[in-house]
Design a protein around this ligand. Structure first.
Ligand code: NAD
Length: 355
């Protein structure tokens, strides 16, 4: 028996609702494979602030470091909005990424053909579906560079810093992923202005020599933002820095209709963290209304990227596809003529379709 130790952090708001459904799906995977999951539950986010006065207790981070993978629901909510920056629930996210060395964030932007009416772009642009993988650098760049304020001249600054090693490792993640896709990489930067972007280009040209099958291009970030709505189908894998990836991945998520559909993986350290891209949706927490599909698809990413279980990952994705094809919809993706279901029922249906 192949046993994997998973730390589960439900977090706040709809976190517990959606995580419960992803566990159902993994239990089903246990039934059809020789894997066994040991789940240990830990706290982070607002709930940890209430209990321990700390959004990321040391015990949680230590457990995550030892685990084979981490599942995270979402953190945050209005109750903690007035706390100062480093005491807020969201601080747990930065602490987990930094503490686990998760330097690569994989955010697929997939528009399922059954939901194409939810895409704000015209059908002639989007066609039947969309499948872009955005690979975002997560632990360096302007979000981690030197920053400060100068009282004398009333100024403030942030620094976009990258070294070659940081650039090379994220590029290799993206190029490797492209090998199992369309072998097309677009590196997004601002090399007409930024020196750090020019370094990205130099390193890209060197790394690309190891991937002779992969076609690569460069695009300035302003153009990339425009191309994502003008002709998103030109993209397969986008690799980019922390801030550009933050902005472009949110733009791309809008093309797919609902935030409740999009999974993510943060990888790079000894283990990896899997979470939906949405937040804690306090407006629908505990009401059986949340769409669990983003979290369930994050489990498919976990099976694929952490455990090399491609066949099982595809079974999860096919089960989601079948639930959508048969017309099951949570409120966020509901349209006339479809069957409205709650969080739990959607989880049950998907788990039952995994064979
Ligand atoms: P949100 O993603 O929580 O919600 C935005 C809208 O989308 C809401 O109307 C919500 O009901 C809906 N929604 C989100 N997920 C859904 C799902 N699975 N099914 C159906 N509908 C869904 O973003 P927000 O309202 O800006 O933030 C709420 C809280 O979450 C804030 O405290 C924010 O800081 C936090 N947040 C956490 C994370 C994270 O934990 N990774 C990410 C983003 C925001």
């Amino acid at each position: 028996m192949n046993t994997k130790n998973i730390v589960v952090i439900e977090g706040d708001g709809i976190g517990p609702d959606i995580v419960a459904e992803s566990i159902k799906v993994l239990r089903k995977i246990e039934e059809i494979s020789d894997i066994k999951f040991n789940f240990s539950y830990y706290e982070a986010g607002g709930i940890a602030i209430d209990k321990y006065g700390n959004p990321l207790p040391k015990e949680t981070l230590d457990a995550c470091k030892k685990a084979d993978a981490v599942i995270l629901g979402a953190v945050g909510g209005p109750k903690w909005d007035d706390l100062e920056g480093n005491k807020r629930p969201e601080k747990a996210l930065l602490g987990l990424r930094g503490g686990l060395g998760l330097f690569a964030n994989l955010r697929p932007a997939i528009l399922h053909r059954q939901l194409k009416d939810a895409c704000p772009l015209k059908e002639k642009i989007i066609g039947d579906s969309l499948d872009i993988m955005i690979v975002r650098e997560l632990t360096s760049g302007i979000y981690f560079g030197k920053r400060g304020r100068n009282v004398a001249d009333k100024s403030a600054y942030d620094t976009m810093y990258y070294n070659e090693e940081e650039i090379e490792r994220i590029l290799r993640v993206g190029f490797d992923i492209s090998l199992s896709r369309d072998k097309k990489v677009c590196v997004v930067d601002k090399a007409n202005i930024l020196e750090s972007s020019r370094l990205w280009r130099e390193v890209t040209k060197r790394v690309a020599k190891d991937y002779s099958d992969v076609e690569y291009t460069f695009l300035y970030v302003d153009n990339a933002a425009m191309q994502l709505v003008r002709n998103p189908k030109q993209f397969d894998v986008i690799i980019t820095s922390n801030m550009f990836g933050d902005i472009l991945s949110d733009e791309a998520s809008m093309l797919t209709g609902s935030i409740g559909m999009l999974p993510s993986a943060s990888i790079g350290g000894n283990n990896a963290l899997y979470e939906p891209i949405h937040g804690s949706a306090p407006d629908i927490a505990g009401q059986d209304k949340a769409n669990p599909i983003a979290t369930i698809l994050s489990m498919a990413m976990m099976l694929r990227h952490s455990f090399g279980m491609e066949k099982e990952a595809q079974k999860v994705e096919k089960a989601v596809d079948r639930a959508l094809t048969e017309g099951y919809r949570t409120g966020d993706i509901f349209s006339k003529g479809m069957k409205l279901v709650g969080t739990k029922e959607m989880g049950n249906i998907i788990a039952n379709y995994i064979k």
